[in-house]
Design a protein around this ligand. Sequence first.
Ligand SMILES: NC(=O)c1ccc[n+]([C@@H]2O[C@H](COP(=O)([O-])OP(=O)(O)OC[C@H]3O[C@@H](n4cnc5c(N)ncnc54)[C@H](OP(=O)(O)O)[C@@H]3O)[C@@H](O)[C@H]2O)c1
Length: 368
Amino acid sequence: MSLKVTVVGVGMVGEQIVSILKERNLPIEWPPRVCATRERVEILAGDKYRVEEISLDSFNGADVVLFAGKEGANGASVSWRARATTAGAICIDNGKDFRLAPDVPLVVPEVNMATVGPNHRFIASPNCSTIQMVMVLAPLHRAAGVKRVVVSTYQSVSGWGVRANQELLNQTHYALKSFNGIPYDPTIMARPIAFNYIPHIDKFFENGYTGEEMKMVWETQRIMNADIKISATTVRVPVLVGHGESINVETERKLSAAEARQLLADFPGMVVLDQPDPDNLRNDRRERTYPVAQDVHKPEYRDAVLVGRIREDPTIENGLNLWCVADNLRKGAALNVVQIMEGLLERGLLNGRRPAWRQKNPTLAIEV
Ligand SMILES: NC(=O)c1ccc[n+]([C@@H]2O[C@H](COP(=O)([O-])OP(=O)(O)OC[C@H]3O[C@@H](n4cnc5c(N)ncnc54)[C@H](OP(=O)(O)O)[C@@H]3O)[C@@H](O)[C@H]2O)c1
């Protein structure tokens, strides 16, 4: 029996959802229904789609609704969640609107899929920068108890959405001629981003932190079900896709860099790029490999969280420094949502159906 899927939003994340649904061996009716704010024909993941204008009818017969629309009062999931769940669909949402609602599980499947039960009709996927950090913290926490985290992010512009990519490209073109008066839309990014970086993502809070920084604190604590102290600085950088994070972790028990490398390498969905690289072109005999943003375009890495620069922190008793990179549109959003759907299928939670289907890349649910 095939499941009927509706995808709401066909921007940066929505297109990736369609692409990942196509790549993976899921028992769904093809093609999925796709909706946005207005009707048109659009090429998504190489195929032509009739994008429907979202309406009351968009959810009729749907088993699963994957929300990838904008957030806020007029956003997709706030406007349409009630209609979709009443129509009988299970919804998985990329946005922030319901991530902290007590009755909504907030899920990274490798970490806490078991928090989803048969009565949950609406599930949230975390913020992109939270997802890749939680993937790194989960195995370390299981082994040694994470007490405190200091994180700085290097976030690509696609994290804002499709219009931010165009801003970076247009501004770069302009800035190659002049740095004076680079045109920019301050409602997308607060300063010109071309050849620049901006320590400002989402709105400022009373405490001086930004919304993106507080998401990393609250969402991580919720997913890991632990009162970990987290201090975050989130920064937009002029990269199209791929977020980087520098993470300092303090643990209850000592972990050597070698132990941390092994724990991370053993965790599903994680790839450690931190090996000696003696053949490097700089003749540096101590040089090691490490991930960079462009690695997320390589087929073997695009669905992984890549981690490197794993070092013991000599300034505290039990501390580590790490660097991680992931595709914010895939593991940071679309892939995580599809993996949640796969987790529901595995556990027979999609309308009580358990199609004869197994994942090609099994997600191990590891409780932290
Ligand atoms: N980008 C990331 O790295 C990332 C990571 C994690 C989570 N998210 C979340 O994922 C969601 C989508 O992000 P995005 O980057 O794909 O944004 P985007 O590129 O701006 O695309 C947004 C899409 O949603 C549609 N939409 C907006 N409001 C809608 C509404 N009320 N009803 C139906 N459709 C609506 C838009 O329709 P039109 O095309 O008709 O304008 C567009 O197709 C957001 O909630 C975002 O916070 C994004």
